[in-house]
Structures are given as C-alpha cells and as structure tokens.
Design a protein around this ligand. Sequence first.
Ligand code: IMP
Ligand code: MG
Length: 184
Amino acid sequence: MELSGDSIVIHDKSFRPMISQAEIAAAVERVARRINEDYSDVKQPPLVMGVLNGSFIFMADLVRQLEMRCELIFVKMSSYSGLSTTGTVRTMIGLDQDITGRDVIVVEDIVDTGVSIAHVMNMLRGMGAGSVRVCTLFFKPESYRADEHIDYKAMEIGSEFIVGYGLDYDGLGRELGGIYVVEE
Ligand code: IMP
Ligand code: MG
C-alpha cells in the first residue's frame, strides 16, 4: 500500500512511510479487545510489564484500552559480558517485587528472532509467575525461531527493519508517530 509522506533519513539509511498512525491505532484496539476478553474475570489485577525502551508508546496506548484493573510496570533488559562461560549474561532491571502467582502480560515493541522474549518469559516463570503471556506490537514470523507461543500479536510484518512509534534505529526514530521501513 502506498502511504503519503516523504522518506526520511536516519543515520546512514533512508526510510519510507509504511504503516500510518491510524492503522496502528486500529491494530492496538483489536489486540486490546482480545486481552479484555481473556482477562475479564481474573481475581487479581494482571501485572502488565512493558519492556523498555521500545514499548513505551505502545504500552501507553494499549493500557488505555484495557477494561480490567491492572498493575503497570516497566523493566529494562541489560546485557553485559560477565565472567560467565556462556558469554553474555542478561539481567532484568526494575522488577523489584514478588510476582509469585501473578498473571503477567509482557508488552514488547517487536518480536524478531524471539531470543529476547524467550529469555524474559523464562526469567518470569523462574520467579514464580502464575501465568506469562506476551503482547507484541510487531511480530516477524519469517525471523522467529523460539519455541514460545506469542499470544497477542498486534501486527505481523516481513523481516524488514522498521522504525517509529517507539522503535529505533541505533537510538533514533522512536518519536515518529507512524512506522517507516528501511529502503534497500
Ligand atoms: P529478538 O530477540 O531477535 O526477537 O529481537 C528483539 C529486539 O530486536 C527488539 O526488542 C528490538 O529492540 C530489536 N529489533 C528487531 N527488529 C527490529 C526492527 O525492525 N526495528 C527496530 N528494532 C528491532
Ligand atoms: Mg526492544
């Protein structure tokens, strides 16, 4: 589909408009409706956990469409190469509460290979979460190679690289209202 608007340059690459703000809003509404149905009769407010930085805009738009009471937190994954023999060790920053038995909904900007989200889900299960589901704005089925089932995918795209609505290219582009795709 052709979208109006000019291409933009970020760092060394050119990006063209791909998904409009209106299309994103419609997709967010659709996915929120599914969550509302699935969590309509939970006893305890689910813990809705945005993964920074990319999820901040999606999280803000999504939770305002949710009809049940929920507890909102943000976490950040940090990678560092420690002394571990396995190489990179990743830790979760910002989760300083007991999540035993809690229903957790992880909110992600994009799931690509699935390596990051599988790691997050395993950590949460290890901490005793009662249930762990993922809600991602974008899903790249052609790149995905994790075994985890992703419950809520607002939009599916190819393996192309995108920016905007929270997603960045090397630190830039998060503030763009719509989605732009890299021009090869
Ligand atoms: P995964 O572990 O391969 O699923 O990678 C997920 C992470 O890679 C996301 O949280 C993003 O930070 C980044 N990423 C993957 N694809 C894109 C993209 O098209 N645009 C911006 N960031 C991306
Ligand atoms: Mg991310």
